[in-house]
Design a protein around this ligand. Structure first.
Ligand code: FAD
Length: 500
C-alpha cells in the first residue's frame, strides 16, 4: 500500500482517487474549493441549477469505461444531446454529419463546388479518425494497452497521408484553402470550436463528436462529481475540501509531501490533478529542480482560451422555452462579422462573436423551480481580453463584465424574443472567475493551446504524466495537449499505472 496525495478533485483527481482507493492505497485528495468537481461542477442560485462551465462530453466510450471500472455506472445518467444550428442562412437540427452537410449545401447553393472540395478532404480526415466506439488505449495497461494500440494501427497507416498533409494546419489555414477569406463559410469553419486557430483535424473530431457522441449528465455535472466523491470516501479515501495545497515538498529530486494550511503531509506519490503551470512554477518548493530552459518553456507555453458564461434564471416555463429553442443546445452563429478570437484589444469582440445557448432545465426540468427554466450563454474569449479584464481595476472589471453580459443577452434574443423581460436571475463568469475557482492559468478551459503550431507536447495525442520530479505525476487534462474530459481521465489512468 502506498500513500498518495492528489491535488484537485476535478474529473482527473476523482478518477485517479477512486481507482487507487479501490486498489487499497491510502489516498488523500486536497481540493481548494468547497465542493468537488473542478470544471465538471455546477451550482444553484435562487433554485436554478447551472453548470459551472462544462456543458457536455464526447469520447463516451472512455468515460463509460472509467465509470464502470470505478463501479458507479448505475448511479450516473448520461443523456445524448442534439444541437440546433442557427445562422442568417440556415436553421436546423441536423442529427448526422450527412444532414449537417445537406443543411450547408441548401443554404449556400452557389458555393457547391467549394463545399464539394472542402468536404472531400474533411471526409478523409473523418475516415482517419478511427473507431470512436472504443476507449482510448491510455485507459489500459500491460498487454491490454498493446492490444488496444495495435487495433488503431491499420487506421493509423491509412490516415498517415492525410495527417501528413493537414496535421500541422490550423482550422483557418484549412478553411482558407477552400473558401474565400472572410466569406461566411470561411468564418464558420475557421472559427469552429472554442479555440483560436485549433488544429484542422479537430474540425473533423468536433463534428463527429457533436453528431455521434455528445452527452451530458441528466442531473448536472455536479451530481457526477458528487457520486465520484462519495464513492471515493466509501472506498476509504480522504477528501479534504477547502484545502488548497500551497507547496509540494521535495527531497533528493523526488516529491515527498505537500503543505496545506501550514500542515505538512508526507506521502510516497503526489498526483497533480490540476493546472500544469501552477504545479511546476509555483508549487514546487525547490525551483532548481527544473532547468531554467524548462521553466521558460513552461512559462511561455500558450494555453487554451477561456470562456465567458452568462447564467440566467427565467420566469418562463420549460414548454415555452423549448418551443423557442427546440433542443437544449443551440449554436447561434454570427457569420457576418469578424470577431477575432486572438485580438485581445478588440473592445467590440462580444458584439461580433457567435454564442452557444444551453438550458439545463430542458435536459431535466428538476433543475429549475416549478414553472420556470434556466439558460446559459457561452462564448470563448480572447486571452487576457482588454488588459485581462481591466488590469485588476474592480470598476473596469465590473463594467466590462456587465457590458459583455448584456451583449450576450441581446444576441440570444434572436433565438428567444422577449428574453430580457423574463429574466429572474442573472450573473456571469469571466475567465478570471474560472481561474479563481479552479486555478487553471488564465481560465484555460482545456489544457494547453489547441493550435498545432504552438504545441507544448511533441505528440499532441500523447499522454505524458511523468515530470522532471520523481514521484510527481500529472493526473489532469494537462497531461495531454488538448486535455478535455478524456485527457483528464487518460492522465488519471496513466498516473495510477505508475503506482504499484
Ligand atoms: C466551458 C467549458 C466547456 C468544456 N467542454 C468540454 C467538452 O465538451 N468536452 C470535454 O471533454 N471537455 C470540455 N471541457 C474541458 C473539461 O471540462 C476539462 O478539461 C476537464 O474537466 C478538466 O478536468 P481536470 O480534472 O483535469 O481539472 P479541473 O476540472 O480543472 O480540476 C482541477 C481541480 O484542482 C483544484 N485545484 C487546483 N489547484 C489546487 C491546489 N493548489 N490545491 C488544491 N486544489 C487545487 C481546482 O479547484 C479544481 O477543482 C470544457 C471546459 C469548459 C470550461
Amino acid at each position: 500500500m502506498k500513500r498518495v496525495v492528489i491535488i484537485g478533485s476535478g474529473i482527473g483527481g476523482l478518477t485517479a482517487g477512486n481507482l487507487l482507493a479501490k486498489k487499497g492505497h491510502d489516498v488523500t485528495i486536497f481540493e481548494s474549493h468547497s465542493k468537488p468537481g473542478g470544471y465538471t461542477a455546477g451550482f444553484r442560485r435562487n433554485g436554478f441549477y447551472f453548470e459551472s462551465g462544462t456543458l457536455g462530453l464526447e469520447a463516451s466510450a472512455s468515460v463509460f469505461k472509467a465509470m464502470k471500472d470505478i463501479g458507479v455506472s448505475d448511479q450516473i445518467e448520461f443523456v445524448r444531446q442534439k444541437s440546433r444550428w442557427i445562422a442568417e442562412d440556415f436553421d436546423g437540427v441536423p442529427t448526422s454529419y450527412g444532414e449537417f452537410k445537406e443543411m450547408l449545401y441548401s443554404a449556400y447553393p452557389r458555393e457547391k463546388q467549394r463545399l464539394d472540395r472542402f468536404f472531400t478532404e474533411l471526409d478523409k480526415m473523418i475516415a482517419a479518425m478511427g473507431d470512436m466506439d472504443k476507449p482510448m488505449p491510455y485507459l489500459y495497461s500491460g498487454i491490454s494497452f498493446i492490444v488496444s494500440v495495435l487495433s488503431y494501427l491499420p487506421g493509423g497507416i491509412k490516415s498517415a497521408g492525410i495527417m501528413k498533409k493537414y496535421g500541422d494546419m490550423t482550422a483557418s489555414d484549412f478553411a482558407g484553402i477552400f473558401f474565400e477569406k472572410d466569406s461566411k463559410l470561411y468564418r464558420m469553419f475557421a472559427g469552429m470550436g472554442y479555440y483560436a486557430d485549433m488544429a484542422a483535424y479537430l474540425i473533423a473530431g468536433g463534428l463527429l463528436g457533436i453528431f455521434y457522441d455528445y452527452w451530458t449528465v441528466k442531473n448536472g455535472m455536479q451530481s457526477w462529481a458528487d457520486v465520484l466523491a462519495d464513492n471515493f470516501q466509501k472506498l476509504g479515501g480522504k477528501l479534504l475540501l477547502a484545502s488548497r495545497v500551497d507547496s509540494i515538498t521535495t527531497k533528493n529530486s523526488a516529491a515527498v509531501g505537500v503543505v496545506s494550511k501550514g500542515t505538512r503531509y508526507d506521502t510516497d506519490y503526489v498526483i497533480a490533478a490540476c493546472d500544469y503551470k501552477q504545479v511546476m512554477l509555483k508549487l514546487l518548493d525547490d525551483q532548481n529542480l527544473l532547468p531554467e530552459k524548462t521553466r521558460k518553456k513552461i512559462g511561455d507555453a500558450p494555453v487554451s482560451e477561456g470562456v465567458f458564461t452568462v447564467y440566467l434564471g427565467l420566469d418562463l416555463s420549460n414548454e415555452e422555452l423549448q418551443r423557442q429553442m427546440v433542443v437544449p443546445h443551440v449554436f447561434c452563429l454570427d457569420l457576418n462579422s469578424s470577431g477575432v478570437i486572438d485580438d485581445s484589444g478588440d473592445e467590440q469582440f462580444f458584439e461580433k462573436t457567435s454564442i452557444n445557448l444551453y438550458s439545463p432545465s430542458l435536459v431535466n426540468p428538476g433543475l429549475a423551480p416549478q414553472g420556470k427554466s434556466s439558460l446559459m450563454l457561452q462564448t470563448s474569449v480572447p486571452h487576457r481580453w482588454m488588459q485581462n479584464w481591466g488590469s485588476g481595476d474592480r470598476k473596469t472589471y465590473r463594467r466590462l463584465k456587465q457590458k459583455a453580459m448584456e451583449t450576450m443577452i441581446e444576441k440570444a434574443t434572436k433565438v428567444i424574443p422577449g428574453l430580457k423581460d423574463v429574466i429572474a436571475y442573472k450573473d456571469a463568469a469571466t475567465p478570471l472567475t474560472y481561474e479563481r475557482f479552479t486555478h487553471n492559468t488564465d481560465g484555460a478551459t482545456s489544457s494547453f493551446s489547441w493550435n498545432p503550431k504552438k504545441k507544448f507536447y511533441e505528440n499532441a495525442m500523447g499522454v505524458k504524466v511523468e515530470t522532471p520530479v520523481k514521484n510527481l505525476l500529472i493526473g489532469s487534462c494537462w497531461a495531454m495537449q488538448i486535455g478535455g474530459i478524456p485527457g483528464a481521465i487518460a492522465g488519471a489512468y496513466q498516473s495510477v499505472n505508475k503506482i504499484n
